[in-house]
Design a protein around this ligand. Sequence first.
Ligand code: HDD
Length: 715
Amino acid sequence: MASSILASATEKVQETLGERSKKVADLSAATKDVGDKSHRITTDFGVKQTNTDHWLTVSSEDHTGPTLLEDSHGREKIHRFDHERIPERVVHARGAGAFGKFTLFESAADVTNAGVLTDTSRETPVFVRFSTVLGSRGSADTVRDVRGFAIKFYTEEGNWDIVGNNIPVFFIQDAIKFPDVIHAGKPEPNNEVPQAQSAHNNFWDFQYLHPEATHMFFWTMSDRAIPRSYRMMQGFGVNTFTLTNDKGERNFVKFIFTPSLGVNSLVWDEALKLAGQDPDFHRKDLWEAIESNAFPKWKFGIQVIPESKEHDFEFDILDATKIWTEDLVPIRYIGTLELNRNPDEYFPQTEQVAFCTSHLVPGIGFSDDPLLQGRNFSYLDTQLSRLGVNWQELPINKPVCPVMNHNRDGAMRHTITKGSVNYWPNRFEAVKPATVQEGGYVDFPANVAGIKARMKSKKFKEHFNQAELFYNSMSEHEKAHIVAALGFELDHCDDPIVYKRLCERLVLIDPELAEAVADMVGGDSPAKAERQKHNKKAKGLSQEDFPPFTPTIATRRIAIIIAEGYDAIAYNGVKAAITAAGALTFTIAPRRNAIFAEGESRESGKGVVADHHLEGMRSTMFDSIFIPGGAKSIETLRKNGRAVHWVREAFGHLKAIGATGEAVQFVRDACDVSGMSFSTAGEVVDSYGVITSSKVSPDGFKKAIDYVKGATDFM
Ligand code: HDD
């Protein structure tokens, strides 16, 4: 409560340190604080109101009479409420955002003269919005979907937007196909089912009919599409952009963000359950990490291809269904993105923020990527219908540098521009174009030739090599997850033509995979592939290629389950050790009330007040669980079906489970692992991630969590 009324903890720390970014300072002019006790309720036209609870009526103590239309305060209140909603985004409707900063540790001056990519002394304020694509605004966070990763850089030269995803490729090559792919993925038009799911006939019908989508659907069937956290996923600009330097040379570029916490996912069963148990799982995770000063960070990298090498590759480098593998084009990490401040209010900031791929600053340009070119039209267009023509005057969208031109009027114009001319040229030479020396944007003088036709270069026609490359590069369990994901999705398609044909497509990528999926979903045993596999792999595709830059359990959520009579030494020891390592611990007990330790009398002791009771939370909301011993406590937990379920479920999700004393046998029995061998020395035993120890071994438990990296990472 305190943090929602007063300035957030982070903001207070920043303000004390004098660290308010230029954008945060800029927003303060438009910010009011409900925590200011001097405020009184007024109408929107500023008149203080004495009563906001009763509509004006003609009544008496004994009789409630007619309600009067005359009550302008009552009418205004209802009228404002009636108009609270604006159209939700046609895609990426559900999202969460945060402020932060972008800094460089290496200048890219050899390839660009963009200030934001060359000046290592700059701190560029940013606002980042993460999102899912298909679901509506109220849908769940953990659905299987692509995640949006959109960044607004408030640079000194104007706003630069990277409107990216957590997957480096896209379903289609040409923007003209976007309405088709989205219509096919969104709920079906007759009954508006299903919500936030690609598991339906239309989506998979589209995938089959568009071979170019094959690479991308392998990514969406992989663990990348069910991230553990927004803080643990990569971000990609996806499209090919260009960079120009002082010498006038042009390079093609891709933008990449890699998280410092590693690239980690949920398992599908967790994702499914969380969608119901905690639909805001990702949104809360981001918010809580920032509030607790565990600021999410990404390294920012560029992949650069000089213009002269544009045609040196087997694929077209302007094709958004292709990646530039790291062996062909290494990633050069040059900067850091950090998120360090939560928004003050969701609607004016996270909902009204509006990104455009066409927003570039000098030194950065477009390429002829046909998907990007269409996007450049679409984003501006959609902001007009969502927010109106003056959307760039909204506080969250306003640049931090001066904005001046002869654009005028339109609904909700805020800026008042003095002077008698609003056109160029004018007799006063008022508001004239900038010179290059003054920082004016220059379009690269590209040579263009060709025939006017609805066509693309022939390299755009190969669709399967990188889909196979991606699948080959997965570890065994990641492959198993893809098989299971396809099995789930196609099971939700009830039209045999859809699931049978899709199995035929899969055989082109990997016959064994196709066989396994067909076996599950009822496809025919696919015929032999006409395509020869290349059997190549590439790095940077499997999530296992991204261990955290610094291994850490910081910000991981760990549940400690206790009941009356728990072992306080084990509880306190483990809790202290894992809290010191930066993890978040939550005490879970049969009731949210004082729980007394072994030997602690109710009269004398204070007990530990549980953070949650066993029915209030589920194991899915935690990365790991620990259960201290204590004969009476374990006796109680054994008899509690939910407690047993907690342990079994965490075990089923291959999470690190710690237990000491009497809890050891409880965990073994609950998991029904009597046949397995265990070390009693606190060492990790095989890949199940289960450690048991009859001694208190906080260190061993921490090691176990490190070992399975929160377990959700790779399983
Ligand atoms: Fe898009 C929103 C990412 C292709 C048209 N897109 C949107 C958002 C992200 C992306 C992250 C949410 C931005 C926010 O948080 O406000 N979109 C992508 C990526 C693509 C892509 C990475 C492929 C490289 N998009 C794409 C195409 C078109 C659009 C080809 C249309 C031709 N996208 C839109 C849109 C949205 C949008 C309709 C809806 C809301 C918005 O723009 O602001 O214009």
